[in-house]
Design a protein around this ligand. Sequence first.
Ligand code: HEM
Length: 592
Amino acid sequence: KRFTSREKIPKGLKPLPGPKGYPIVGSVPDVPEKNSFIKFADWGKEYGPIYNVNLAGHNHVWISSDQISKDLLAKKGAIYSDRPHIPALLSDNRTSSQYLPLLSKNEGWTRQRKFANTIMKESERALFHRYPELEAKRMLVELMDDPARYNHALESFISRVTCRLAWGHSNASDELKQRARELLIGVSPTGALGNKLPFLMSLPDWLVPAKAWERRRAATERKFFEVMQGQVESDMQEKKAPQSWMRTFLENRTKWGCSYDLEGAYMVGMHGIAGALTIAAPMQTFCLAMCFYPQYLPMLQEELDRVCGDRLPRAEDRPNLPFLRSVIRECLRWRPPVPTGIPHYLTQDDEYNGYHIPKGSVMHPLEWAIARDPQMYPDPEAFNPLRYMDSSYPTYQEPLTEYPTIINISQFGYGRRVCQGQTVADEDLLIGIGSIAWLFNIKRLSGDNTELTEPAVVADPEKVERMSIGINEKASISCEELNTGIEPTPTKEEVILSKFSYPGSSATMSEKANKKEELKKTVIIDPTLDFTTLLIAKPLPFKFDLTVRDGVRAAKARKFFQESEDNGDYKEPREFWGENQGRDKKLGWGKV
Ligand code: HEM
């Protein structure tokens, strides 16, 4: 929906408040690429818990309150459950039945959600086939052997579990990571160029490398999903296919109402991607939190030692591990993996508290702000898992065998579109974070005295040294920018300078100079806020001490791994596109 300042407001209603913006581009120049969610939250403090922003002619509504998000997105789900168009994708995300999270509220979405419900229930009943427990052993050994590449080990853990759930084995987990990363770039407002400059998508490929990149991405993804489906099919014929979402689809393929098998390939593949993308983020946040709030790791280890003793945490331990659940819940609150929320789209004019909300508005439940409501979360900037363990906090809930839980918290969205994968995330985090805390101490590097002030800002960014991960190294979702040729995360100065080259800028030189000064002040240098800029925000790799708690545990962890290794549980990763990941061919890893 195009935004006009003369939008007709029905009698008796007021327009929503919000920043005024500039001609044509609206408020785009005021939104920093890095940590844009903080800017949107700041506007929420200025204009109120629901406000309007014109972004390049489109009306975006930002909601910073859990209650308002529920009132609109959940209670009025009939008109608030659509999705906006994503211009950088070649096929229309709303109708193409490729990506369930991006589909319009149509028949395809209904049947795919039904399928998703079935596979999630089946997996939960089967305790996710113990895949998280199996892969946790491999992750621990990788972390012991190469702690500096912790980021890679955590992402591999998640991707392998998800790959097993989707197709019954983990061989394709590196490829799944790369598919996840490329799709994330394709759909992120700050990723593919076609989302920033949609008109590019109507020009020919040879003129617009970003469009050619998307064509290659889409073709590679399709081929990958087809190959994965075909393999499960032939394994089933040979009666050797382990349980998986794809097997569930193929065993009953007419039941789901898909018009062709390829839809099944996408339905399963999309869930694989959704898992691979998201769950490592809170695990990386966990490492960050333990570095900056060191008082909680000993408490967590005390609980794990008491409950698990000399074995790793298991699914059955969940009721007895309330502090572990508190830490996980707090990781999701403190640094929400989807800080801007995933937008809904309003299909009819509506009103809220006397305000007019025009049809076609893109609605954002702003998780960053919702998770910082000081009434619900006193001292919201502090990482504090005790808010779920101590009855004096508003978030405390009994019984502690069940609460806290991450199921149905705001970070998983609202209404009819809530996240389908919550139980997978819940299980992976319990086993993954529990296993790490069982085996390791996590500390800041000695000599790093960075202090967090309240609210957590200002520190020396040089102290948190980034690790370089080279091109064509195994996939790493957090470093998506490196492997696809998209610019690496911009430096402070680049962030500022990039604000002066947007098309249509009519700012005078002095306005630009003022803006530069203003932006300088808002650049974030808190190391706990050094996150990737795409839709799913992950802490950028940083250096810290990851050491085993004692030799006995280390030896045990190696033994657990060896037993599964001897059992043939871990297979080599498979490469799909040949040399150089197919860079010189039409299919393979994309590089703009
Ligand atoms: C920490 C992990 C995760 C987070 C924070 C997360 C967050 C979200 C959010 C915010 C939404 C949008 C909800 C809305 O529009 O109101 C969503 C949707 C969705 N998620 Fe997740 N998610 C996670 C893990 C997963 C996993 C593991 C899967 C599947 C294996 C998954 C599958 C989906 C699907 C299919 C949707 C689309 C639902 C729809 O549009 O109807 N998610 N998720």
